[in-house]
Design a binder for this molecule. Structure first.
Ligand code: CA
Ligand code: CA
Ligand code: CA
Ligand code: CA
Length: 264
């Protein structure tokens, strides 16, 4: 019986060899598995460091928790703002929450006040062009109080005087919050709506390198010589930063050149 089994196995084996022999063509295989196109990242993150009348808005490490990082005014010579009271306008690197993260949020400025934000823009992974934009500026009176009414006849939305009184300077900072003479001014004067090229083909000519950061200093003042016409006025607006890939996009401009629209 055992002998029979062995001989059957031999037959099967022979049969298998015989079948194999009939399909033994020359062959070869090359394999590449897991092919992928992954789009690169162009991701902007922003941090801000605020100063007001010589005080810096700093993290309050005494009361910080893992979820919450409160900020308070640090020490300074000027009695206002009061050291240790809450402040905004400073945060660590992050994506901005549009209605929450305000670079400027002051409720009681007065002639002679001045401040500065150092804003750093970080582009992740890839070279990118960088533009800033101020939009939706609204300069409002919020009513005319008695001393204001003596010098300001125009009340209402759009009739405020802060936009024509406040002065701003925006410069390319090295991160020390102070403008040195060799640091170029990008914009100065009264606040206005507009697009400000930070890195484009018309300014630097080269993009912000991927994985690096750039600093902007933004200083402001309500000049001491301004008067009662700005009492209770407000100036509100939006500030946004935009990055766009530099590869295959070497002629990028923050402000598009208007194409001729033909005969008028
Ligand atoms: Ca982002
Ligand atoms: Ca007015
Ligand atoms: Ca500087
Ligand atoms: Ca006014």
């Amino acid at each position: 019986m055992k002998k029979v089994l062995i001989s059957l196995s031999a037959i099967v084996l022979v049969a298998a060899v015989a079948i194999g022999a009939t399909v033994a063509f020359f062959s070869d295989t090359e394999t590449s598995t897991g092919n992928t196109f992954t789009a690169g990242a162009i991701d902007l993150t922003v941090d801000s460091q605020q100063h007001y009348n010589g005080h810096e808005c700093v993290p309050n490490l005494d009361t910080a928790t893992s979820e919450n990082m409160p900020y308070v005014w640090g020490p300074g010579r000027n009695p206002y703002p009061v050291t240790g009271t809450a402040c905004g306008g400073t945060w660590r690197l992050k994506d901005l929450v549009p209605t929450f993260d305000k670079f400027f949020n002051f409720g009681d400025i007065k002639p002679g006040d001045e401040g500065e934000n150092t804003i750093s823009l970080h582009v992740i992974n890839n070279d990118a062009w960088v533009c800033a934009e101020v939009s939706n500026l609204s300069s409002d009176d919020n009513g005319l109080n008695e001393p204001e009414a003596l010098v300001d006849e125009s009340d209402g939305v759009g009739n405020g005087e802060l936009d024509d009184t406040m002065l701003w300077t925006i410069w390319r900072d090295d991160g020390d919050n102070i403008r040195q003479e060799n640091e170029p001014i990008l914009a100065s004067g009264h606040p206005v709506n507009g697009v400000l090229p930070i890195y484009d083909s018309t300014t630097t000519g080269t993009p912000l390198p991927g994985g690096s950061m750039t600093f902007l200093g933004v200083s402001w003042t309500l000049p001491a010589e301004s008067g009662n016409e700005t009492q209770t006025d407000s100036l509100t607006g939006d500030i946004s930063f935009r990055v766009e890939q530099a590869r295959n996009n070497e002629n990028f401009r923050c402000v598009p050149v208007q194409e001729p629209t033909g005969d008028i």
